[in-house]
Design a protein around this ligand. Structure first.
Ligand code: COA
Length: 358
């Protein structure tokens, strides 16, 4: 603890946002949304408390721990650590987010001590974290992948000072849902012509029982098949029960999750998928979550197929959502080629940071 006026208080999650003990949660979410606005200049990452709550809860697959940071009793930030519960996991994922007025006074460093000791106590040695690094002049940092760069800003210096290395750059892109869909429609036609052995399937969470096993297998490949540079992810085991738990985090609070998949007609195997999500307020930005084509089925334009088919039905479903936000590794040329052709344009760059504890 840096000063007697600063407190790190474990966040106890209430049953619901209407519970009498929901005060800390509500303050945390308010500050979270302000922090993102200060960094990005927009509210596309804002979440209402009731929709965020299920994503904060621990499950049999992951322990999620959070502290609120208070100064003179007022919430000024939060600290979070996620511990995946895969067998033998060594990794921990963390965040520290402070209002700008609180930066540069050692509060982040004090929060970081909590992160590192919590990770050590739980036997984790590979600590990883992401931050947005808004465009700025001055010295730059590049990761070992050789793709992308970020300014050596306050957050970057914070990571370096605490022994982290920059491993990967992630590009955040936006697609304007209110502009023309000409490119999407012609790309979809080309992809359909190149994928005659496949059909497009679509559903909304909760996933229909007939697709749960196929979807679970594809979700399990997400952790191993997406380009991760030197960032480390556990091999994940997914089954129908884990899909149900995953889906409920969206459906329980009125979020809409659309899954567009490609099915190999001859075998019935699900081979590619794309996810789009919007909150209860469908006038807010949509988020593209996972997209993947299984390795054995690459080269048939299935990535373009599921993305374009997904966007076309999405526009009809949420005509007032202004854009779709997506994140891709800067070295993931095959995926960036598809996104750029569709009309996604870069809006920001994130650094992926890692430290291995001795
Ligand atoms: C990144 C972040 C967590 C850093 O927190 P912080 O409280 O500003 O960090 P600290 O004050 O501990 O350290 C930052 C600087 O303040 C200096 N400092 C540390 N203690 C200090 C003190 N008591 N008084 C004055 N300065 C101090 C440090 O030397 C450091 O200087 P440097 O930039 O030259 O290396 C904070 O800026 C933030 O919330 N950013 C937005 C979210 C984000 O990007 N998070 C990244 C992790 S997810």
């Amino acid at each position: 603890m840096t000063t007697p006026d600063v407190e790190f208080r474990p966040l106890a999650l209430p049953e619901s946002v209407d519970s009498p003990d929901a005060g800390d949660l509500l303050e945390m979410v308010h500050v979270r949304n302000l922090v993102y606005r200060e960094i990005t200049g927009h509210d596309d990452d804002a979440m209402p408390a009731d929709e965020l709550l299920p994503h904060l809860r621990s499950s049999e697959y992951e322990t999620r721990k959070m502290w609120i940071v208070l100064e003179h009793g007022r919430v000024i930030g939060r600290v979070g650590v996620d511990l995946p519960l895969e067998e033998g996991s060594k990794v921990a994922f963390w965040l520290i987010e402070l209002l700008r007025e609180a930066w540069g006074r050692g509060i982040g460093s004090a929060a970081y001590e909590i992160v590192e000791s919590y990770a050590r106590e739980n036997g984790r040695s590979v600590l990883q974290s992401w931050a947005q690094h808004p465009t700025a002049d001055g010295p730059r940092l590049t990761p070992p992948t050789g793709f992308g760069e970020i300014p050596e800003d306050h957050a970057a210096r914070f990571y370096l000072r605490h022994g982290y290395s920059l491993e990967q750059i992630e590009r955040e892109s936006a697609f304007d849902l209110l502009a023309g869909f000409g490119a999407v429609e012609s790309l979809l036609a080309q992809a359909e012509a190149a994928s005659s052995d496949y059909r497009v399937l679509q559903w909304f969470a909760p996933t229909p029982a007939e697709y749960a096993d196929g979807y679970a297998w594809m979700k399990s490949r997400m952790a191993t098949d997406a380009p991760a540079a030197a960032m480390e992810f556990d091999e994940e085991t997914w089954d129908a029960a884990r899909i149900a738990e995953h889906d409920a985090r969206y459906t329980d609070v009125g979020q809409t999750l659309q899954v567009t998949a490609a099915q190999h007609i001859a075998t019935g195997e699900l081979c590619a998928f794309n996810e789009l999500v919007v909150g209860k307020d469908r006038t807010t930005a949509s988020h593209q979550e996972d997209t993947l084509v299984l390795k054995d089925h690459r080269g048939h334009k299935l990535g373009t197929l599921v993305k374009c088919a997904g966007l076309i039905s999405w526009r009809a479903l949420v005509p007032d959502s202004p854009r779709v936000i997506t994140y891709n590794a800067e070295e993931n040329r095959p995926m960036l080629d598809i996104n750029e052709a569709i009309g996604f344009a870069p809006i920001a760059y994130n650094g992926a940071w890692k430290k291995v504890l001795s």
